[in-house]
Design a binder for this molecule. Structure first.
Ligand code: GLN
Ligand code: ZN
Length: 762
C-alpha cells in the first residue's frame, strides 16, 4: 500500500516550537533546550506517520525558521554582511539572516506562492560562493533512522531555489541567476551522496515552480539540472514534487521527461487540469505517480468516495503498483490536529480533517486501493459529507440573495479621489507628510492574559472593558506624546485581525489550536468559514468611539477587508471564493456605515492579503482582481466625501497589480515597502499616476532593529523623488503587535522626527 505525505507542520500541536524559539531568542533558554523541543517534535511526527501506516514519510520538512533559508544554509549562500566564517552554519548566522541582528538587517521575506507562509529570499550574484554548509537534511534522516523510521529526505529542488532567489545588492539585473545552476548542483551532489551513504532510498525534490507560467529558458533549466544530477541518482529513487496549481502542459512535458527521476507528485486538488493532462497525455511508463488528492491547504474532510474514484481512474493510466496516494502539498498549510479541538461542536467537527487526520485519510485511501477498504471509516465519512451538504447552518437564503443582487452593478464612491481628499483635508487639517501607524501596538503578556481570562469567564465584562480601556488610553496618550497625526486605538481587544471579525460574524467557526505558520515563529489561527456570512451587530463601534473620545486628533476606525478575511480563513470548498467574498463585503459595509454614523472620520480597511489570493497563473488573475477589488469597493462606496478611507497592504511585489490597487479607489493606502528594497517605488518612477494618499512603510517592523532618524529621512527622500509631497504619508511597514515598547517608542519617535525635519525643508 503506497501512501506518501509531502510535508508536515513543524510548529507542533500546541505551537511548542514557537514558544521554544521565542524563549531562546529572548535569552531565557539555551540552544540545547531549543534543540530538544525540536527533536521531540520531529520524533512524534515521524512516529505518528509510521503508526498510521504511511509508507513514504518525509524528513527535513522541519525547520527552525524556513525551508528556503535552510536551503540557503545548506548551499552556504550566506550574504557577506553576516560575516559568516565558512564553518557549519549555526544558530547565530542562521537567525541573523532570518531576523537581523543589532548591526545588520534581516534578509527579505516574501510570500510562498499563493499561501500565507513567508520565506526568506536568497540573495545571489556572480560572486556568491556555494559550499556544503549545513548538513541538516542528513542529520534529520539519521535521526529518524535511529528511531527505526526510514524517511524520504525532502530538499527544495535546485531550479526552484534559483527561481525564487533575487539579485544581491549591486548585482546587475541582467545577470542570470540560473547561470548559477552548475555551482548549486555541485553542492546538491554532495548532499545526495551523503544521503545515499546514510541509507536513503528515496529523495524528494520540491519543484513547485513547475506550476508557474515558465518560459522555455526556465523550463530548460529543469532539463539541464536533472540531466546533470542523473549520475548522482543511480541507486536512488527520486521524486519531483509539485504543488499549489495545475502544471501547465509544457511544464508537464518537461517534468515527466526529466532524467533519472522515478516519480512525480502533483496537486490534484488545485490542479484539476493536471488530472486531465495525465489522463489525456499519458504518464511515462514505469514511473510512480504521487497523486495529491488530500487537500493540504484546507481543513475539510476529504470526500473519500470521490477521491477513491479519481484514484481508480488514475490506476488504469499508470498501473496498480505505480500509484501512490498523497497530499496535495505539504500539510504545513493546514491546522495540526483535530484532537485538540475541544470547543468545536461535533457536527462541524465531523466535517473537518487537520494534518493528523489527513495522514489517516491518505492511508485509508491507499488501503482501499489495495482492496482493504475500511468500510466503517468510509461510511462515516460519507455520512459527514452528506450532513454538511444538507445542514441548515450552512445556508442563509437572505444572504445568498443580497450577494447575488450585487452582480452586474458597479459600486463606487460618487466623487473622485482628489475632490474627496480636499473635502477631507478641510475637516482633518493635517500637516504635510502626516504621520500614522498601521493599527496594532505591542501585545503585552498582560494584554493577552486579560483577553484569555475574559474568554474563560475568569474576569467580568466590566473588568475586561476597564482593562482594555486603560490600554487604549495608554496607547492614545503615547501617540499624542510622540506627536503622531492620525491615531489608532492599538487593537488591544484583538487576538488577530481576521479572527476578531470572524468571531462576530455568522458562518464562521473557531478552533482553539488550529494554528498555521505564517513566518518564523509567527502563526495564525484562520477561522473556518462554513456557512453564509452575515453581521448580527456592530463589531468595532464601541471601541473606536471610546478611543475617539480620548483625543481631539482623528482616530482611525480599524477594519479588516473582505478579501483579507477570505484569504486568511479556511474557506468553503462548496461554493466559489468570490461568492463568499461578496457576502463578507456586505457585512463589512454595514460596519463602515455604523462607524461613520458614530462620528469616526477616518476608517482603515486592511487588505493585507489582497495580493496573496492572486492565482498563480496569469490567465486567471484578471478575474480574481475584478471580484476582489469590487468587494473592497462595496464596503465603502456609500460613505460621505469627508470620510477618509484608508487601506493597508503588506506585501512587496505589487507592481503588477498597481492598476487594481488604484481601482480600489481608497483615499489613502499604507503599504509595506522597506523589506523589499523599495521595489514599490519603481512603479511610480516608471510613470504610473497615483492621485490618492500613499504611505510606503519607512521602516521594517518584522525586525527588532531601531531605525535612526537619518535613515528614515533618507528613505522618505527617496520616496519624495518619485511621489508628490502632498500625497505622501509617513508610517511604519505594518502593525506593531509583534514588537516590544522598548523598540516601538524610539522607532516611532525617530519616525516623527524624520517627518518634522523634512517638513521644515519642504
Ligand atoms: N491593522 C493591522 C495591524 O496593525 C494590520 C496588520 C497587517 O497588515 N497584517 O496589526
Ligand atoms: Zn501589514
Amino acid at each position: 500500500m503506497a501512501s506518501h505525505i509531502v510535508g508536515y507542520p513543524r510548529m507542533g500541536p500546541k505551537r511548542e516550537l514557537k514558544f521554544a524559539l521565542e524563549s531562546f531568542w529572548d535569552g531565557k533558554t539555551s540552544a540545547q533546550d531549543l534543540q530538544k523541543v525540536a527533536a521531540d517534535l520531529r520524533c512524534s511526527i515521524w512516529k505518528q506517520m509510521a503508526d498510521a501506516g504511511i509508507k513514504y514519510i518525509p524528513s527535513n520538512t522541519f525547520s527552525y525558521y524556513d525551508q528556503v533559508l535552510d536551503t540557503t544554509a545548506m548551499l552556504g549562500a550566506v550574504p557577506d554582511r553576516y560575516g559568516w566564517n565558512g564553518e557549519e552554519i549555526g544558530f547565530d548566522t542562521y537567525f541573523s539572516m532570518a531576523r537581523g541582528n543589532a548591526s545588520v538587517p534581516a534578509m527579505e521575506m516574501t510570500k510562498w506562492f499563493d499561501t500565507n507562509y513567508h520565506f526568506i529570499v536568497p540573495e545571489l550574484g556572480p560572486n556568491t560562493k556555494f559550499s556544503y554548509a549545513s548538513h541538516k537534511a542528513v542529520a534529520e534522516y539519521n535521526e529518524a533512522k535511529a528511531l527505526g523510521i526510514d524517511t524520504v529526505p525532502v530538499l527544495i529542488g535546485p531550479v526552484t531555489y534559483l527561481l525564487l532567489s533575487k539579485h544581491a545588492k549591486g548585482v546587475k539585473k541582467t545577470f542570470s541567476l540560473l547561470s548559477l545552476l552548475g555551482n548549486v548542483i555541485s553542492v546538491y551532489k554532495e548532499v545526495i551522496a551523503e544521503l545515499k551513504a546514510a541509507g536513503a532510498s528515496w529523495i524528494q525534490f520540491d519543484e513547485p515552480t513547475l506550476v508557474m507560467d515558465l518560459d522555455s529558458r526556465q523550463l530548460q533549466a529543469f532539463t539541464d539540472a536533472y540531466s546533470e544530477l542523473e549520475s548522482s541518482f543511480s541507486g536512488l529513487n527520486v521524486l519531483i514534487e509539485t504543488y499549489f496549481a495545475d502544471v501547465p502542459a509544457e511544464a508537464y512535458k518537461t517534468a515527466t521527461a526529466l532524467k533519472g527521476v522515478s516519480g512525480f507528485g502533483f496537486d490534484l486538488v488545485r490542479g484539476t487540469k493536471t488530472l486531465d493532462l495525465i489522463k489525456s497525455s499519458g504518464f511515462p511508463a514505469s514511473k510512480f505517480l504521487f497523486a495529491g488528492v488530500v487537500d493540504g491547504r484546507n481543513i475539510w474532510a476529504n470526500d473519500l468516495a470521490a477521491s477513491l474514484s479519481t484514484l481508480q481512474a488514475l490506476e488504469s493510466v499508470v498501473g496498480k503498483d505505480k500509484l501512490v496516494v498523497s497530499t496535495s502539498c505539504s500539510l504545513m498549510h493546514t491546522a495540526v490536529d483535530l484532537v485538540n479541538e475541544t470547543k468545536l461542536d461535533s457536527e462541524i467537527k465531523s466535517w473537518l480533517a487537520f494534518a493528523a487526520q489527513k495522514v489517516v485519510e491518505v492511508n485509508a485511501l491507499a488501503k482501499a486501493l489495495a482492496g482493504l477498504k475500511d468500510e466503517a471509516f468510509f461510511s462515516a465519512n460519507a455520512a459527514a459529507q452528506a450532513s454538511r451538504k444538507s445542514s441548515p447552518r450552512v445556508t442563509n437564503e437572505e444572504v445568498q440573495k443580497a450577494a447575488a443582487d450585487l452582480k452586474g452593478s458597479d459600486h463606487r464612491r460618487a466623487t473622485n479621489v482628489s475632490a474627496r481628499l480636499d473635502a477631507q483635508q478641510k475637516k482633518l487639517n493635517l500637516p504635510i507628510l502626516p504621520t500614522t501607524t498601521i493599527g496594532s501596538f505591542p501585545q503585552t503578556m498582560d494584554l493577552r492574559r486579560v483577553r484569555r481570562e475574559y474568554k474563560a469567564n475568569k474576569i467580568s465584562e466590566e473588568e475586561y472593558v476597564k482593562a482594555i480601556k486603560e490600554e487604549i488610553n495608554k496607547v492614545v496618550k503615547l501617540q499624542e506624546e510622540l506627536d503622531i497625526d492620525v491615531l489608532v486605538h492599538g487593537e488591544p481587544e484583538r487576538n488577530d485581525m481576521v479572527e476578531y471579525f470572524g468571531e462576530q460574524l455568522s458562518g464562521f467557526a473557531f478552533t482553539v489550536n488550529g494554528w498555521v505558520q505564517s513566518y518564523g515563529s509567527r502563526c495564525v489561527k484562520p477561522p473556518i468559514i462554513y456557512g453564509d456570512v452575515s453581521r448580527p451587530k456592530p463589531m468595532t463601534v464601541f471601541w473606536s468611539t471610546m478611543a475617539q473620545s480620548m483625543t481631539a486628533r482623528p482616530m482611525k476606525g480599524m477594519l479588516t477587508g473582505p478579501v483579507t478575511i477570505l484569504n486568511w480563513s479556511f474557506v468553503r470548498n462548496d461554493q466559489p471564493r468570490s461568492e463568499t467574498c461578496y457576502q463578507i463585503a456586505l457585512a463589512i459595509k454595514k460596519e463602515v456605515e455604523d462607524l461613520e454614523a458614530a462620528g469616526i472620520q477616518v476608517i482603515q480597511i486592511d487588505e493585507a492579503a489582497l495580493r496573496e489570493g492572486l492565482p498563480l497563473h496569469k490567465s486567471e488573475q484578471a478575474f480574481y482582481l475584478e471580484w476582489a477589488v469590487h468587494s473592497f469597493r462595496i464596503t465603502n462606496c456609500g460613505v460621505k466625501d469627508t470620510t477618509q478611507i484608508h487601506t493597508h497592504m503588506c506585501y512587496s511585489n505589487f507592481n503588477d497589480i498597481i492598476h487594481s490597487i488604484i481601482g480600489m479607489d481608497a483615499d489613502v493606502i499604507t503599504i509595506e515597502n522597506s523589506r523589499s528594497d523599495e521595489k514599490l517605488l519603481s512603479v511610480f518612477r516608471e510613470g504610473v499616476k497615483y492621485g490618492a494618499g500613499i504611505g510606503p512603510g519607512v521602516y521594517d517592523i518584522h525586525s527588532p532593529r531601531i531605525p535612526s532618524t537619518e535613515e528614515i529621512v533618507d528613505r522618505i527622500n527617496k520616496m519624495l523623488a518619485v511621489l508628490e509631497t502632498n500625497i505622501l504619508w509617513v508610517n511604519p511597514d505594518c502593525g506593531l503587535k509583534t514588537r516590544k515598547y522598548a523598540e516601538v517608542n524610539p522607532a516611532l519617535s525617530n519616525m516623527v522626527a524624520a517627518a518634522k525635519v523634512l517638513r521644515t525643508q519642504l
